[in-house]
Ligand binder design. Structure first.
Ligand SMILES: Cc1cc2nc3c(=O)[nH]c(=O)nc-3n(C[C@H](O)[C@H](O)[C@H](O)COP(=O)(O)OP(=O)(O)OC[C@H]3O[C@@H](n4cnc5c(N)ncnc54)[C@H](O)[C@@H]3O)c2cc1C
Length: 557
């Protein structure tokens, strides 16, 4: 008898799979995020609840989550020339990226703040952006830049007439065609050059006037993300100094502008988003604002993209802690659910508190955008608060995501868990749109230039200080620190960190869940905390914090 061909007597499978959590899919990313739902209501966009719930259900669908994976697995490819050697300067994206873009545009994440004339429209749009950023961050770049460019162009009636209708449109219409043939358009931004990004005044791109507001630009941009956009706001040196220009990729007569994509960057993360190096070879552009006032003109765009950095990081943190608590709810170790192991509860509750603090601050800043035109207080909170939030929330992102990743053990280090992608993405929001130091220095600049900013900031905190003595002490300490004018630049990071913490603390004390607010004040303000996550003091109501934070797979309403 041939022993080799004999059927085995035992079951053929090597092992049975058990003690692995189900994937977190088919859940409502909005309704299961208590901090977000409460913020939307409180900050003036309760009217958008149904729409956000629909977006949340959509963003939690397994198929949509898979688009996020595919868009990053199959990275964009640059095609500089066609087969005959003509320059085409096109970027080819995976269909999953187009699906994400199409739905983001259809939901108005690039424009709804400017389209909806309702109070709270910035808050509603911010929440929508935050929901989609949890599925996939890279496509958020052109969405965010388009949203931020619209208010700049609205101030230029001549340009607005030609380009705004397509930027405000809810149609996603990719491809190189003139505005007259497009249902919808997207706008990017080109400031950074090889010799300097933060120091934009060192730009060397030259702009030669052609008459009637038109210029020809010659130079380069070292980082130009989403180069498949239809339009770009760029900086270049005009005769009267650094100026802002609107540069289309296709000219009104249908010919291709001299916008030459040299190569795409190979990046740490943010892989679905093409980031390019471009050269302008006598590229046609229109002046935006006044010659020599380029920084002042484009800064409005930068302020809005900075808010999206805060929202984007709050979203990364939310997704990271959602994955971590979901995993811990199903995984057994040493005879108990991870979620019931005291030390894991400590880690997860700490991560949840950090995530809620980021969300509540981001949404408060969105309301400041809604009310900035009618209220000096909101205008100053928008100006100062966005720089504070951009510095601090984005600094917390990488360390937060790394800890959440570890909650999944080895599975967290594997791509399919989404956490490696969140981790690679996390440093970017601190880096671009003003890196950490630049933002911290910007807070000092705002305090020095806007006489009332400091007063309004502390006025914002005052009601909460009465309610929590730990917050009150932290605010008093900060006030003393700020009156000390010595070595301000050296101390900028520490000052801004304290400003962010008291701002988050005040919001939580006034509006947050009591257990979250109490834990935040005890740890971040009163120092009952270690240097890593998972060092909350005894007596923390972790059960309440985790109950509110944990999403339930399969719950779509
Ligand atoms: C993925 C990606 C996409 C990007 N997309 C775009 C885009 O679409 N358009 C665009 O215009 N740019 C884009 N950028 C560029 C980005 O905004 C810049 O990289 C960033 O502003 C920093 O500029 P830099 O790289 O020249 O660094 P530098 O300006 O050289 O700064 C280096 C470091 O020095 C610090 N620093 C600078 N000045 C000071 C100071 N006075 N005191 C103390 N510290 C200081 C900075 O905080 C930073 O940490 C992108 C970058 C990345 C990574």
């Amino acid at each position: 008898m041939d022993m080799m061909n004999q059927a085995p007597a035992v079951q053929s499978s090597t092992h049975t799979v058990f003690n692995q959590p189900p994937p977190l899919v088919d859940y409502n990313v909005f309704t299961q995020d208590a901090a977000l739902v409460e913020s939307v209501q409180r900050e003036g966009a309760g009217w958008a609840r149904d729409r956000l719930s629909n977006i949340g259900a959509f963003a939690g669908r397994e198929e949509v989550i898979q688009w996020g994976f595919d868009a990053n697995m199959y990275e964009p490819v640059l095609r500089t020339h066609d087969r005959y050697g003509h320059r085409i300067d096109e970027v080819v994206f995976h269909p999953a990226y187009h699906h994400l873009m199409k739905h983001a545009v259809n939901w108005g994440m690039h424009a709804s703040s400017w389209r909806d004339d309702a109070p709270g429209s910035h808050v509603a749009r911010a929440a929508a952006f935050y929901l989609f950023a949890q599925v996939e961050a890279g496509h958020g770049c052109p969405i965010s830049m388009t949203h931020a460019a619209i208010p700049v162009l609205r101030k230029q009636p001549g340009l607005a007439q030609s380009w705004l209708p397509q930027l405000l449109s809810l149609e996603y219409d990719p491809g190189l065609r003139p505005a007259s043939e497009k249902q919808g358009m997207l706008c990017g931004m080109g400031m950074t050059e090889k010799q300097g990004g933060s120091d934009v005044r060192s730009n060397t791109t030259q702009a030669y006037p052609e008459g009637d507001g038109a210029y020809l630009l010659t130079g380069h941009k070292w980082f130009c993300s989403a180069p498949m956009c239809d339009l770009f706001l760029v900086l270049a040196q005009a005769p009267a100094g650094l100026s802002c220009f609107l540069l289309p990729r296709v000219l009104p007569d249908g010919t291709k502008n001299r916008f030459l994509i040299q190569r795409l960057k190979q990046k740490l993360g943010n892989r679905s988003n093409a980031s390019s190096e471009v050269e302008f070879d006598h590229a046609w552009a229109m002046l935006v604002g006044e010659e020599g006032k380029g920084v002042r003109t484009i800064v409005e765009m930068v302020n809005f993209t900075r808010l999206d950095c805060v929202l984007g990081t709050a979203a990364l943190m939310r997704q990271a802690v959602a994955q971590a608590t979901h995993h811990a709810a199903y995984r057994q170790t040493f005879g108990h659910r991870l979620l019931d192991q005291p030390l894991m509860q400590n880690v997860l509750a700490d991560l949840a508190v950090e995530s809620e603090a980021a969300t509540i601050l981001a949404m408060r800043l969105a309301r400041a955008c809604d009310q900035a035109e009618t209220s000096e207080h909101e205008q100053l909170i928008k100006r100062l608060g966005t720089a504070i939030g951009k510095y601090w929330v984005t600094k917390r992102g990488p360390v937060h995501v790394a800890e959440a990743l570890e909650c999944l053990g080895g599975n967290g280090y594997v791509e399919e868990s989404i956490l490696p992608r969140l981790y690679r993405e996390a440093p970017l929001n601190s880096l671009w749109e003003g890196s950490g130091n630049v933002n911290a220095l910007d807070v000092l600049r705002a305090l020095a230039r806007e006489q009332q900013a400091r007063e309004h900031f502390f006025e914002e905190l005052a009601p909460a200080c009465k309610a929590d003595s730990r917050l009150d002490r932290a605010v008093t300490h900060l006030q003393r620190q700020l009156t000390d004018g010595d070595a301000l630049e050296w101390r900028a990071r520490h000052l801004v960190e304290q400003m962010a913490l008291v701002f988050q603390g005040a919001l939580l004390v006034q509006h947050g869940h009591p257990a979250v607010a109490d834990t935040f004040c005890a740890t971040r303000l009163a120092g009952e905390w270690g240097r890593a996550f998972g060092t909350l003091p005894a007596g923390t109501d972790a059960a309440a914090i985790l109950e509110r934070s944990r999403p339930r797979s399969g719950q779509v309403s």
